[in-house]
Design a binder for this molecule. Structure first.
Ligand SMILES: *Cc1c(COP(=O)(O)O)cnc(C)c1O
Length: 411
């Protein structure tokens, strides 16, 4: 008798995006001539930049010749790519890393899920609310939670509500936790953490022998100089934090697939016998057993992101999205809507006007402006009454959407 993993049955059915699609298609069939603008997506729209495409092609051509063909690469990724990332993405921040601490992967969604392999089930986990759903769901899948309660929280997981009152930054949990998920710049709220706030978390983690799982997927979108790009810019973080980064949003790799996870050698945890053991060695073992590396052309393409030419081009695309973010933020603010985020992140988190619920605002925006966004309540109970707009669209669409909203509610 093959038993299923019953934990999967605790998961709330994927409701958010199917429900959005359902409401949008209902609207478009009733209004076939209306041009609907989608600002709900969390995916990029601009193509790969030329320097990346060139390196990608070259990688493929090498694979086509016997003399330059590559078979299995290192499970941890090629050292030359790790070294480029260390030199170009970490050294300028004053962060020193070794190639053995950088693990190249096929994306940070997988890594932030797979990392749970190296932590005992008894660890208490703290997760923000609202949140990127992967952290929640993967903990449910491994069996760290009970059922979802009426409020929309899984039993056994500690939630850190991020609200207007606390500036959308999580507060320290009132009970002791062992694993803390932090995501800055944040999806969905678009907010960032200051150096002082991150120092607070690092100190908390060191005091409590906890590990911070730091998702920095949007670090490239930070525009303000005083905001840290990496948790390792905080002293002591190498003893208490794992960092996830991704080429997905930074360089349009959502369909190419490349990311990286940093597990410092100084990071240790407690064994059943009360000894200390290295998480770096565990993650290395995990990757070597369950992963066979990222394809050679993809790693060539990723390296090109950090070439002089590549970075200038990639930065141009990031600036394009951040100009979209500015247009949305300023346009909606002028229409009297309270907006957060959008300065150091490609997401604008807005407060539904007149105390509307997230879904009521979704319907109003769809029916009155033909604009689609994402209801904040879909990211967790504390997202109720909020709404996420993405800056990853085409400029024309963004401008038209903002114009429509201002015409309806503008002042
Ligand atoms: C998009 C995103 C990622 C990136 O995932 P990939 O698997 O690298 O594409 C990671 N974390 C958050 C919060 C995201 O929104």
């Amino acid at each position: 008798m093959a038993r299923i993993n019953d934990n999967y049955l605790k998961l709330q059915a994927g409701y958010l995006f199917p429900e959005i699609s359902r409401r949008v298609s209902e609207f478009t069939s009733a209004n076939p001539d209306v041009d609907v603008i989608r600002l709900g997506i969390g995916d990029v729209t601009r193509p790969l930049v030329p320097a990346v495409v060139k390196a990608f092609h070259e990688g493929v051509d090498e694979m086509a010749r016997g003399e330059t063909f590559h078979g299995y690469g290192p499970e941890q990724g090629y050292d030359w790519l790790s070294q480029i990332i260390i030199d170009k993405a970490y050294k300028p921040l004053g962060v020193e890393l070794k190639p053995s601490e950088v693990f190249i992967s096929d994306g940070s969604k997988c890594d932030s899920a797979n990392i749970l392999d190296i932590f005992d089930l008894s660890n208490k986990v703290a997760i923000g609310d609202p949140v990127y759903p992967v952290y929640n769901d993967t903990n449910v899948m491994v069996g760290r939670s009970g059922k979802m309660n009426e409020q929309g929280y899984y039993e056994g997981i500690i939630y850190m509500p991020c609200t207007e009152e606390n500036g959308f930054t999580p507060q320290f949990p009132s009970e002791k936790v062992d694993l803390i998920y932090l995501c800055f710049p944040n999806n969905p709220t678009g907010t960032v953490a200051t150096r002082e706030q991150l120092k607070g978390w690092v100190d908390y983690a060191l005091e409590n022998d906890a590990v911070i799982l730091f998702d920095a997927a949007y670090e490239a979108f930070i525009t303000e100089d005083h905001i840290p790009h990496s948790i390792y810019q905080i002293e002591g973080a190498e003893k208490c934090a794992i960092e996830f980064r991704s080429f997905s949003k930074t360089a349009g790799f959502t369909g190419v697939r490349c990311g990286l996870t940093v597990v410092p050698e100084a990071l240790t945890g407690t064994t059943a016998d009360g000894e200390r053991a290295s998480f770096n060695q565990l993650w290395n073992r995990r990757q070597c057993t369950k992963f066979n590396g990222v394809s050679y052309p993809v790693q060539k393409a990723a390296a090109a992101v950090y070439s002089e030419e590549g970075w200038a081009q990639v930065k141009g695309v990031i600036d394009y999205y951040m100009e979209n973010a500015r247009i949305i933020r300023e346009g909606l603010t002028a229409a009297g809507i309270q907006c957060y985020g959008g300065v150091n992140a490609p997401y604008i988190w807005l407060k539904s006007p007149q105390g509307m619920s997230s879904w009521d605002f979704f319907d109003k925006l769809l029916h009155e402006c033909s604009v689609v966004g994402t209801p904040g309540s879909g990211f967790g109970p504390s997202g109720e009454g909020y709404f996420r707009l993405s800056a990853f669209g085409e400029r024309n669409n963004v401008e038209t959407a903002v114009r429509r909203i201002r015409e309806k509610w503008g002042k």
